[in-house]
Every structure is written in C-alpha cells, then in structure tokens.
Design a protein around this ligand. Structure first.
Ligand SMILES: [Fe+2]
Length: 271
C-alpha cells in the first residue's frame, strides 16, 4: 500500500521550509536563559556539548511546528523497507506510536503558550528549564517525536552498505573501520536493557561516539548531535521478529540511508 501523503520531493520541501522558520525561531529564543543552559549540566555526561546553533540546524527542520507539532509523513511507502522492516510494523510504528508522542506533547503544551512557539530541539536542549509539571512529558513524548523523526529520515529503500566521503573517513578515524563501528553500535543497541535507542552521535569536540540511551531520552538533551539511531523498543520489531532483537538489528543495517546520515554529519560539523 502506498503512503499517499509523502513523496521524497514533498519531504524535502517540508524540511527546507521548516529549516528556514525553525532556525530563526530557535536562535531567537536563545536569550539569557539559553546561554545559561549551555553551562547547566544534564546529569553526568562525558561529552562536550554541541552548540545550540549546530543542533538547531541539524534537527529543528525535522520537527517543525505551526500551531502545534505535527506528525511528519514517511518519506517513502510503508512497505519500502520490506523485507527488513515489514509494512504492518511501519504502519503501527509511524501512524500510532509516533502519532501518540505528537499528541501527548501538544496536550502537555496546551496550557503553556510561551512554549508553543519553540521547536522540539529547543525544548529538549533546555529540558532542565522546562516547567516541572510537564518536564517528563517533554522528555518522553517530545523526545519520542524527535527521535522518530530522525529515524524515518535516516532509513530508506535500497539502504545499507557503507557511507562514503567525510563520514566514512570520520568513522574510520574514530572506530578503526566500518565493521568495527557496526559491531559497536549493534552491541550498544543489543545491550540496552528494555526500551531505548542506540545512536551514532557527534559531540561538541566534533568526535563521533556510539551511545545507547533508555526510553525516549534524546541525545540533544546532552548537547549531542544524533546522526543515526536505531529504535530498540519492542514496538519497532516485535510483529516480525518477536523477541529476536539481534535479528531485527541485523536487518536494520540494510535500511540505513547513508546519504541522509552523511548530510546530517555535514550539518552537525558545520561543513
Ligand atoms: Fe519507536
């Protein structure tokens, strides 16, 4: 079945339009509070934080808002990732799970008009400054909205293989070679207890790192630029793979759109 809502061209247009609006809104929001947040620790992190400008450029475009957050259409058909990720899972995952995160974050912000003009990257980056009553919802549902927006954008039909160019060089420098990187990310995602994500991120020292995080904790909360992530919530694979997370992870590598990931890398490092 085709997803009637999206074509790659429409998706690109949406991103380009959102980028121009979201960047201005995000940078405009960086007042004294924004500057203070740069020095406010988020838990205990060994990573240097990316600049909010780099993160806004990278991710705000994926989570544009106009009178509330909206579910971004898939940039390909629901069955485009077959046989690696099945159509039924994609429909449930995108249309139900992601949509629920979007609904929850909009509901949470309904009584906070001052926050409604800020994009999701901005809200998560300043998570410690958010009102306590809705901080957990922003973290969980806002994080879920951003994480899944990145997830859809970094997969695609005819995916897999390896990156080329600057990202390939950076991966070789950081991890030795692509296969070692692949093993590291697979191991991190496999070992994530319960629900969560495995990520390739760029930190504030422009270093690539492999991390895993529980639930919907978004790397941007730590000032990390998420380049590509794999969702290891059971809703991402249980219909097809049941409890076999390792099989799902092996299949997921065949869906990665390295061109998209490379563009994210270039944006994050300011190339
Ligand atoms: Fe998910």
């Amino acid at each position: 079945m085709k997803n009637q809502n999206a074509t790659p061209r429409v998706w690109s247009t949406i991103q380009a339009t959102a980028r121009s609006f979201s960047r201005r809104r995000f940078l405009g929001s960086l007042g004294i509070g924004g500057a203070a947040a740069l020095f406010a620790p988020w838990g205990v992190s060994a990573f240097a934080r990316m600049s909010p400008r780099s993160l806004a450029t990278l991710d705000a475009a994926l989570a544009a808002q106009a009178g509330g957050f909206t579910l971004p259409p898939l940039p390909y058909d629901y069955n485009a990732l077959e046989p690696h990720i099945d159509e039924a899972t994609m429909r449930l995952h995108h249309d139900k799970h992601h949509a629920t995160y979007v609904g929850n974050i909009n509901t949470a912000l309904a009584n906070y008009p001052a926050l409604q003009g800020r994009d999701i990257v901005d809200l998560l980056y300043h998570i410690n400054d958010m009102p306590e009553a809705i901080r957990t919802t922003i973290r969980n549902s806002g994080g879920g909205h951003l994480n899944h927006s990145i997830f859809w954008a970094t997969m695609g039909p005819k995916g897999g293989g390896q990156p080329v160019g600057a990202l390939a060089t950076a991966i070789n420098t950081a991890f030795g070679d692509f296969n070692t990187f692949k093993q590291r990310l697979t191991a991190a995602a496999t070992a994530q207890f319960g629900s969560g994500w495995g990520w390739l991120v760029l930190d504030g020292n422009k270093q690539l790192q492999v991390i895993s995080r529980p639930n919907q904790d978004a790397p941007v909360m730590e000032g990390l630029a998420a380049l590509v992530g794999v969702d290891v919530w059971e809703h991402a694979y249980y219909l097809k793979y049941n409890n076999r997370r390792a099989d799902y992870l092996a299949a997921w590598w065949n869906t990665v759109n390295w061109e998209s990931v490379s563009k994210r890398y270039d944006q994050a490092r300011g190339a």
